[in-house]
Design a protein around this ligand. Structure first.
Ligand code: XMP
Length: 508
């Protein structure tokens, strides 16, 4: 396994993903991880990430220089290279020519780190400082026009460093370079597979849980579904799932979840029909944050109530993913609350239960692979994200059974047409939003005064930023005419062409 020390680069997570994609396990830890802890982790190699600082800043993050003495190969990336240089007695200086973006790099040594590469490769640079003098024992193994030491190594001590970012897609051969480091230099084996993960995780779940009972809130989404099936494989009937129908789900969703988990997987599922309860609480509410809070609180209340009926339950299962638990330097710091997210986050404290999070070491794409390995259908594995508060935050203005029905039918048409066009898996999210705006139309000979549906389709890598999808006109056309013809109460469809930021993906 590989240890990645994070110095705050925006793309540190990508290093981990590029390595895990090659079936090698790795973890990200903050740069100041203690040497004893590093030794206990027993990495086969260490990667120092990039970061926004300059090594000579007073507050520049420094890792323990002992990492170079462990006898373990080290790869410094960008800031990591500069830190390695300054810690080992070389010299780093502000460059008068900042290098940012694509650069052509000449490779001077294709033996280890760059083995299998051509003499010239495109790489992604993003640095203001440069290596003025390499530390003793190092030689340059690549250069660009602006940077004489674009990569360097000390083969004896197995220390390597690159000024560019091999983890981003703009470095086309980046994955191969990282692969060379972990396989050729560190001697890792490609044994991190989902089949192995299932085996070890099942053993560890059994050991932790013993004869105890576990409850799991199923949402129908990828993460909770994978967690439920994995737990069921490990502890069978000791697992009890709870599925709350809040009346804010998409068309046919509740039936699908019940069918899949009870009929197919034979998992104990407590189905809670609470549509009326939620609708009742939401009556007259138009404020987005209030909607979110009401739905979140109501869910917790119901979940707590249901679980009490199940007797003594010790464990609560959650679909926490690796990006949520990485203590990374870049995601620290205060940020404004844009929307309060409704997840099961508040539950464990309130219910005094122990948490079990079987996928907390995995990235989303790994959870999908795991789901496939566990036999979950593609429909679940590749489901587009759907927010916890459901259709409530896509029904702008007051929520009523009638307005929800209009939205639900419109949404089903959107997804149907997107699927038919073969675009469902290419798009991050595609959905309908019901606006409180009515406008005049004409149907046959009669005047109509009906609602407007906004169509939203976005692409995104992680939900943090997003761009609207350039949907083919024919697809937009068939969505629009089907909604207007088939859904009573809608006479106009518009397309949302806003990016995130400054807009958000959901309207509320
Ligand atoms: P926004 O609207 O903030 O959404 O751009 C970013 C992503 O998060 C999803 N989303 C939620 N997911 N609980 C969730 O589990 C929530 O309360 C929630 N609100 C938004 C949204 O669908 C998008 O993918």
């Amino acid at each position: 396994k590989i240890l990645i020390l994070d110095f705050g680069s925006q793309v540190t997570q990508l290093i981990a993903r590029r390595i895990r994609e090659q079936s090698v396990y790795c973890e990200i830890h903050p740069y100041n991880m203690g040497l004893e802890k590093i030794k206990a982790f027993a990495p086969q190699g260490i990667i120092l990430s990039g970061g926004p600082s300059s090594v000579y800043d007073a507050e520049a993050p420094h890792s323990d220089a002992g990492v170079y003495e462990l006898g373990v190969p080290v790869l410094g990336i960008c800031y990591g290279m500069q830190l390695m240089t300054s810690q080992l007695g070389g010299k780093v200086e502000r460059s008068d020519k900042r290098e940012f973006g694509r650069a052509a790099m000449n490779i001077d040594d294709t033996t280890d780190l760059f083995s299998g590469l051509a003499g010239k490769e495109e790489v992604w640079m993003s640095h203001g400082d440069k290596i003025e003098q390499m530390p003793k024992g190092f030689c340059a193994i690549a250069h660009t026009d602006n940077t004489p030491a674009a990569a360097m190594k000390d083969e004896k001590r197995r220390l390597y460093a690159v000024q560019f970012h091999p983890e981003v897609v703009h470095t086309p051969k980046g994955a191969e370079i990282l692969g060379n480091f972990v396989f050729t230099v560190c001697g890792c084996q490609p044994i991190w597979t989902m089949a192995n993960f299932i085996e070890t995780e099942i053993a560890s779940i059994r050991e932790r849980v013993g004869k105890g009972k576990v409850i799991c809130a199923l949402s129908g989404g990828v993460d909770s579904s994978v967690v439920a099936v994995l737990l069921h494989k490990a502890i069978g009937d000791q697992l009890q799932c709870i599925f709350v129908n809040n009346g804010l789900l998409r068309k046919g969703e509740a039936e699908k979840v019940v069918n899949l988990f009870t009929r197919h997987f034979k998992i104990n599922l407590d189905y809670v029909e609470a549509s009326d309860r939620f609708l009742d609480k939401l009556k007259g509410i138009t404020d987005p944050e209030q909607k979110r809070k009401i739905i979140g609180n109501e869910f917790i209340f119901l979940f707590e109530d249901e679980s009490k009926k199940l007797g003594e339950v010790e464990w609560l299962a959650q679909g926490t993913l690796y990006p949520d638990v990485i203590e990374s330097v870049s995601t620290k710091g205060p940020s404004a609350v844009i929307k309060s997210h409704h997840n099961v986050g508040g539950l464990p404290d309130r219910m005094k239960m122990k948490l079990i999070e079987p996928v907390r070491e995995l990235f989303k794409d790994e959870v999908r692979l795991l789901g496939k390995e566990l036999g979950l259908p593609d429909e679940v594995i590749h489901r587009q994200p759907f927010p916890g508060p459901g259709l409530a935050i896509r029904c702008i203005g007051e929520i009523s059974a009638d307005r929800l029905e209009i939205l639900r039918e419109s949404d089903a048409i959107v997804l149907d047409e997107i699927r038919k066009a073969g675009l469902y898996r290419e798009i991050w999210q595609s959905f309908a939003v019901l606006l409180p705006v009515r406008s005049v139309g004409v149907m046959g000979d009669a005047r109509t005064y009906d609602y407007t549906i906004a169509l939203r389709a976005v692409n995104s890598l992680d939900g943090m930023t997003a761009d609207w999808v350039k949907l083919p006109y024919e697809v937009m056309g068939s969505i629009s005419s089907r909604i207007i013809n088939e859904v009573k109460g809608v006479n106009r469809v518009v397309y949302d062409i806003s990016q995130k930021p400054p807009a958000t993906i959901e309207w509320e």
